[in-house]
Design a protein around this ligand. Structure first.
Ligand SMILES: NC(=O)c1ccc[n+]([C@@H]2O[C@H](COP(=O)([O-])OP(=O)(O)OC[C@H]3O[C@@H](n4cnc5c(N)ncnc54)[C@H](OP(=O)(O)O)[C@@H]3O)[C@@H](O)[C@H]2O)c1
Length: 347
């Protein structure tokens, strides 16, 4: 009989709902393919309230829940108020899945949610860039102290396995740097500007397709990429950067004419996040628009797709591309971190 891991979901918006839906639809096959089953025993969300049932919450009720204030009060073991602290620290969960709002200046309160979980001896998986970018070192140390796992695969390219690729498959290589297209909205907008669409219209189109937030500043001004650079630099290069050590320039300074004209000379404008190790372990990191030749592996990455190229000693350039956002894709990142926990527990 495969083991069952009990989950506490903190934040029950797009990503954790997608995870709940995967468990509801695919739980049996998950047992066969991955060797474990999942039971959701706790949910806490600012909008919806909270619920706890050590025997497992009803997945049908959870996945059908309307996005309405206090909606969790209607399920067995539910109430209208969020209860993050008690459910993280004291529920019967083995794993906390943190998918609340990202604060791009402090990483809180999500950092505290992760801290509570790890200090209580629970594994924590998160898609939230805040804890990883602002508190990564501390949270990894806390996880090691308590013998648990802190999984952040979904923070950089949602379900596309970029951190684990570097950590596992490229472990025998030295990685000296990386360059990536790490924001799908900015990449989509640049692609449409190449087609001759004005910047504002391209942003509005990205919003109508669900790629861009109502306030697209973090995407087009490079703040989102900046946090991903901090996370990648620490995970892949082993260098701790604070966000203010990363240079930042977004795409608003590019003229429509420049972007549309570049392909005529065999180039394309891309918003590139990069970091490179220099002499003595110094690191140069930044996000800014680059005019790449068509021959560059990142030049062909179009639409909302993301990609990152690692500079390695034995393999040269290794590029991985795939979705960098999306609720199912990001929910999958949580599942892949849970599978990593299972491999560790089973070893
Ligand atoms: N969706 C993606 O494609 C994607 C990709 C990569 C990473 N991520 C990251 O994953 C996380 C979740 O994303 P999402 O798309 O699921 O967001 P979402 O749809 O906005 O859902 C977040 C949910 O968490 C709730 N929440 C906010 N602060 C909370 C708190 N302190 N305690 C409890 N609940 C809280 C929100 O309630 P209110 O509505 O009342 O605030 C909302 O219901 C974010 O950090 C996001 O940046 C998302």
């Amino acid at each position: 009989m495969p083991p069952t891991y009990r989950l506490a979901l903190i934040g029950f918006g797009s990503v954790n709902r997608a995870l709940a839906r995967m468990i509801a639809d695919d739980g049996g096959r998950m047992g066969e393919r991955l060797g474990f089953r999942l039971s959701i025993v706790a949910v806490s969300d600012l909008l919806l309230g909270s619920a706890h049932d050590a025997g497992g919450l009803d997945l049908g009720e959870l996945t059908a829940l309307p996005a309405e204030q206090g909606a969790l009060a209607s399920v067995r073991g539910g109430r209208a108020e969020a209860d993050n602290e008690a459910l993280i620290k004291s529920s019967s969960a083995d794993i906390v899945a943190e998918a609340t709002f990202t604060d791009a200046r402090t990483g809180e309160p999500a950092g505290t949610h992760c801290r509570w979980g790890l200090a209580a001896g629970k594994h924590v998986v998160t898609t939230n860039k805040g804890p990883a970018a602002f508190h990564g070192e501390e949270l990894r140390a806390l996880a090691a102290e308590h013998g648990v796992f802190f999984g952040i695969e979904g923070t950089v390219m949602s379900g596309t396995p970029v951190l684990r690729l570097a950590d596992n498959e490229l472990a025998g290589c030295r990685i000296d740097g990386f360059k990536g297209i790490l924001n799908g909205t900015a990449n989509y907008v640049l692609g449409r500007m190449e087609d001759g669409i004005a910047f504002d219209d391209a942003v509005a189109e990205a919003q109508s397709r669900g790629y861009a937030e109502a306030d697209p500043t973090a995407d087009i001004e490079g703040w989102d990429v900046l946090l991903k650079i901090v996370i990648l630099a620490e995970s892949v290069l082993g260098v701790r950067l604070s966000p203010d050590q990363v240079r930042r320039r977004g795409i608003t300074g590019l003229s429509a004419e420049d972007v549309a004209a570049a392909p005529r000379d065999g180039h394309r404008w891309k918003l590139i996040g990069e970091a490179k190790l220099g002499a003595g372990g110094a690191v140069d990191a930044g996000v800014s628009p680059h005019r790449l030749p068509h021959s560059h592996p990142l030049a062909a990455i179009g639409g909302a797709t993301n990609a990152v190229t690692f500079e390695t000693d034995y393999l040269g350039q290794v590029t991985v591309s795939g979705p960098g956002a999306g609720r199912v894709e990001t929910g999958f990142a949580l599942l892949s971190d849970i599978a990593a926990i299972h491999r560790r527990v089973a070893d």
